[in-house]
Design a protein around this ligand. Sequence first.
Ligand SMILES: Cc1cc2nc3c(=O)[nH]c(=O)nc-3n(C[C@H](O)[C@H](O)[C@H](O)COP(=O)(O)OP(=O)(O)OC[C@H]3O[C@@H](n4cnc5c(N)ncnc54)[C@H](O)[C@@H]3O)c2cc1C
Length: 439
Amino acid sequence: MIGIVGGGLAGLAAAYRLQQHGYDAHIFEAADELGGLAATYETNGDPIEKYYHHLSKTERTIVELAEELGVADQLEWRIGENAYYVDGVVHPLDKPWEIAAYPHLSLYDKFRLGMLTLDVDVRGGIPKFDTYENLEEFEDVPIKEFVVEHTSRGVYENFFRPLLEAKFGSRKEDVSAAWLLGRVKFRGERDLLKGEYLGYFRGSFDTFVDPLVEAVGREHVTTGARVTEVGVEDGAVESLTVETADGETTHDAEAVVVAAMPNVLESLTGYPCDIDFQGSVCAVVGMEEPLTDTYWLNIADEAPFGALIEHTNFVPPERYGDEHLLYVASYIQDPSEDLWQMSDEAVEETWLAGVEEMFPQFDRDSVTWFEVARNPRTAPVYERGYLDMVVPYDLADEVADGVYYAGMASRAQYPERSLNGAIEAGYECANGVARKSNQ
Ligand SMILES: Cc1cc2nc3c(=O)[nH]c(=O)nc-3n(C[C@H](O)[C@H](O)[C@H](O)COP(=O)(O)OP(=O)(O)OC[C@H]3O[C@@H](n4cnc5c(N)ncnc54)[C@H](O)[C@@H]3O)c2cc1C
């Protein structure tokens, strides 16, 4: 048996591909449900992810898997509109005339920002088209230094700095220019007159995860089962120990794929990973009325959260029994932060007060439900030198023969962690197992 630690997308994809290679793969998932960070809540209509999710047109592996599972026709591509909240005003920022009208960047700043997003280096007045080809050259370049040199100080201060603050908080100056360039390239197809197309499954990501679980086979999954030990004998994996409500059991295993955060890998195998992770606190707010008319609202002003993502301006409210659904979200750098320490009730009070302050017309009585999800490790800090810290898929040399890693600290989850990256990491490990036994 090949044991898989974790039943998120990476673990499910690893199991699926291992089975295709003819292996007996079994997933052990500590939680009571599968899907990991892509798990959902029930609503009055379709389920909704606990943490906001969408796909970019650049992501192909998940679409190919959806095709194999027969659910590609349920994948819808919709425009996800963006706006920036600055000095109490919502500025839409998708269409050329909206960008032209945006008052917080000069015409020169907009030109320099536009060129960077088109991958064109205009420093020195002669356009160069290959400067940003090799991301690794920018791994050690501090993001602020890069943006100021390659665009302008105005672009950094009035555009990127507030976004970086929301995404990386106190760690924003540690992030590498390679990450930013990777994000620019990661952006998918845009309709010049409307904005970027984002993917979402009709009926939530459950529409994709459920058939994947069925394809793996419920009999090959145990939930409520935390892997506590990987047994190694003569430099090779030989067993897994699993803790369930009924006690501890040890299973023979010829290999193990750890498809969880690197702290889990370290506790099971001793392999240390130096990547720092941020946590998330993310609420879904059910409302009788819409709050804004944009999907993704970045916030430059002081606010007790990082972003407001109004899901029902992306997927229509009719799918949710006519309720409007808003994500209120914030990253945390350290569990000592006030937000992490707050009870769910205190988060609700603080965040709804923050929404009221930004939108005086917001009526708290229109809130029908408020659910908070939190997780201490949800995104890597893509700091300088990140690629040197990435965990290899095959840890035979570092730990023992038969130890594989498909979690968020793997290469496929760079420059942004995603469901697509999780699937690719799972596949890489499964293919690695198969390659080795064919040698
Ligand atoms: C706020 C937020 C927004 C996001 N937005 C997007 C988006 O728009 N688009 C996108 O593509 N991606 C997005 N992502 C990222 C995406 O959710 C992740 O990249 C992906 O779900 C990671 O999958 P995984 O299987 O690697 O990890 P996880 O989903 O974390 O799964 C790991 C699993 O391992 C289990 N586990 C841990 N320890 C053990 C143990 N000892 N034994 C057994 N099981 C264990 C956990 O319970 C968990 O279920 C977002 C994530 C967050 C938090």
